[in-house]
Design a protein around this ligand. Structure first.
Ligand code: MSP
Length: 654
């Protein structure tokens, strides 16, 4: 059976962060799992390189866009290589073959009548690169996805007849209830589709860094919408539009994506495929977002977790284990070193590492390291049954991408092994002339470790190879077949002595994250000046924009002492207070601050605060805010930064 697993392709406007690593680890583990089972597998990852955001990032660095994309794409590829990610192809949307494939797809859709030219006049969110019907706007103005103000835009565009696919999509979802995993995400998608699908603008004229229109259509002021271009990578990587060399892998078995790009993959992508008469993917695995110590990660807060830094400190396999074990698939997760260290010390070091050491020690003492499974069934049928039950349950978890449950179940094997040792006390049996029984217990545990190593292999490939080597076998499809499917026991062998696999971690090995400013409600900002300028999605993506600054740059920020004159709660908001703050005579500002969980409106009146006074005004929950308060936040909460003695309002800070 052939399997096709994909990650999203990563934007090349910043370095890889832990969220990218997570998507990649899940997909890599699934691909390795399928290969282990003997399935012919194709695993795709790569980079998404077109669009205005990337064009602008390159300009900022004074680099030709292609050169810039080459550099960042290489950082992703190098990182995945360093992490031994087992991809079969690393696609780039700037690859010539990909571009040709996209043009071919466009031509087919156009010829079919699914793409037509028109003008669009509508509400456009530049940040999300998406038009929204008025009915979906929040308060008739704000983007339903990111909360920013939308603009009314009129531009010539080619449209994809998405509206034609509304019923077909709904029918498809109904017939394939496990298309989206976890299933709970399906509702979100169906209700969006039921709300009405508008035709989708699939070309842009406002920038040129994109796949050109096919020559047969001409109209070269248009370039393709970055999402049409990007989504098609999943088939162009298999030779679509060229030699179709690997198209027999299509449809994909599992496409792993983060929840932020669900709609693109669950609605647009299937509609494009239907238009191209291609079958739809079997599953879309939708994971949640990672925060750091409870805070959203962003480069501006300086709290982005770099996967390379973590892997250098703790080892990439420990990181894979932690991320896949820590979070129920689909839910948001938090990266905290404390939680990571706890799992290394208790689950990897104690449960797995110590069990291996115990049997190396016991077999050394009782049988000169020789392990013979001959009596395992006789003395440990009960344990073997329990082990087999666990093994049989694992496949379902992996197919549903529930890696946390997979690992949780797998860990039951170690407790079966540990309990067997405690109950059977081989050290007593050896002394009481029941050596056969004692050796059978040791052999039972060796077999448990061998089976566990095979099943843990997709998640911790190198570590489990070491375990297998210690137990004198190698992990491959054949050993999977024998040990897991046929439930055979290990043949007579001599166990090897190895140093502890998982040394305990006493202290955090990386600096703690800097504490960040308070999070506010989703920002609803002022209209960008240049309406036509469009950005790619997602503000929190890492970028290179936060470097050390010159002192002059610091003084570009105007900090002033302010006195709070009035304060009140913002209705319907959990976090926001609306303040009137005096910055001196004739300068009273309205400031909306996300501090309600820590201060009441009453206690703030007549107190002093430090204000960033030259921020561009922004709307929060539709209320204009004309400054920002300085505050410090840690796990005990948030406190405002205030002058230590009263100062005249408006006094500069610096
Ligand atoms: N280029 C698009 C995808 C196109 S696929 C045809 C894109 N790229 S991205 O680089 O912004 O994000 C890639 C993946 O990383 C997404 O699945 C996204 O959900 C994931 N993550 C980005 N930040 C994340 C976290 N903080 N936590 C978990 N995953 C997150 O979107």
């Amino acid at each position: 059976m052939s399997k096709y697993i994909t990650t999203p392709i990563y934007y090349v406007n910043g370095e890889a962060h832990i969220g990218h690593a997570y998507t990649t680890f899940i997909a890599d583990s699934m691909a390795r799992y399928e290969r282990l089972k003997g399935n012919k597998t194709f695993f795709l990852t790569g980079t998404d390189e077109h669009g205005q955001k990337i064009e602008e990032s390159a300009q900022k660095r004074n680099k030709p866009t292609q050169e810039f994309a080459d550099e960042i794409s290489a950082t992703f590829k190098n990182l995945w290589d360093q992490f031994e990610i087992s991809y079969d192809k690393f696609i780039r949307t700037t690859d010539e073959d990909h571009k040709k494939g996209v043009q071919k797809a466009f031509e087919i859709m156009y010829a079919k009548g699914d793409i037509y030219k028109d003008f669009y006049e509508g509400h456009y969110c530049v940040s999300c690169e998406t038009f929204f019907p008025e009915t979906q706007l929040v308060d008739g103005e704000f983007c339903p996805d990111c909360g920013r103000t939308t603009n009314v835009v009129k531009e010539e565009s080619y449209f994809f007849r998405l509206s034609n696919y509304q019923d077909k999509l709904l029918e498809f979802y109904e017939q394939n209830p496990d298309f989206i995993l976890p299933r709970s995400r399906m509702n979100e998608v169906t209700s969006f589709v039921k709300g009405g699908l508008r035709d989708l603008s699939v070309t842009r004229t406002s920038f040129s860094w994109g796949v050109k229109m096919p020559e047969s259509i001409g109209d070269d002021k248009h370039v393709m919408y970055v999402w049409l271009d990007a989504l098609l990578n999943y088939v162009t990587a298999l030779g679509y539009g060229k030699d179709e060399a690997n198209m027999d892998f299509w449809p994909a078995t599992a496409q792993i994506v983060g929840k932020d790009i669900l709609r693109f993959h669950a609605i647009y992508w299937p509609a494009f495929l239907m238009s191209l008469d291609l079958p739809l993917p079997k599953h879309l695995g939708v994971h949640g977002w990672w925060t750091r110590d409870g805070e959203k990660m962003s480069k501006s807060k300086g709290n982005v977790v770099s996967p390379k830094e973590v892997a250098d400190a703790y080892g990439v396999e420990n990181l894979r284990y932690f991320m896949l074990r820590e979070v129920p698939f689909g839910q948001d997760g938090d990266f905290s070193q404390r939680a990571f260290i706890d799992r290394i010390n208790s689950e990897l070091s104690n449960d797995l590492g110590n069990l291996l050491n115990r049997i190396i020690g016991m077999s050394g003492k009782y049988s000169e390291f020789e392990i013979d499974s001959v009596d395992v069934e006789k003395y440990h049928a009960k344990e073997l049954n329990a082990v087999n039950e666990v093994l049989d349950s694992l496949d379902g978890f992996m197919q549903n991408m529930q890696t946390h449950r997979y690992l949780e179940e797998l860990w039951k094997l170690f407790s079966i092994g540990n309990t067997a040792i405690t109950e059977h006390e081989p050290w007593v049996k050896v002394k009481n002339d029941q050596k056969d029984e004692a050796l059978a217990t040791v052999a039972l545990v060796a077999n448990i470790l061998a089976r566990a190593a095979v099943m843990l292999h997709p998640i911790m490939p190198r570590t489990t190879e070491t375990v297998a080597d210690t137990l004198c076998f190698s992990i491959d499809t054949q050993s999977y077949q024998e040990l897991i499917v046929e439930k055979k026991l290990l043949k007579l062998f001599n166990i090897k002595k190895i140093p502890p696999l998982f040394p305990k971690v006493e202290e955090p090995l990386m600096p703690e994250a800097p504490k960040a400013m308070p999070e506010t409600e989703p920002q609803k900002q002022e209209k960008p000046k240049n309406e036509k300028k469009s950005k790619e999605k997602f503000e929190s993506r890492a970028s290179f924009d936060d470097n050390l600054i010159e002192i002059g740059q610091f003084f570009e920020t105007s900090l002033k002492v302010g006195t709070v004159l009035e304060a009140e709660e913002v209705p319907k908001s959990k976090k926001l207070l609306k303040l009137q703050v005096s910055l001196g005579e004739n300068d009273t500002r309205q400031i909306v601050a996300g501090i309600k969980e820590f201060y009441s409106a009453e206690e703030l009146v007549d107190t002093q605060v430090c204000v960033v006074a030259n921020l561009k005004p922004a709307k929060l929950m539709g209320i204009m805010s004309e400054g920002m308060l300085l505050a410090a936040k840690d796990e005990d909460g948030l406190c405002l930064v205030r002058p230590s003695k009263p100062k005249k309002p408006g006094t500069p800070i610096g």
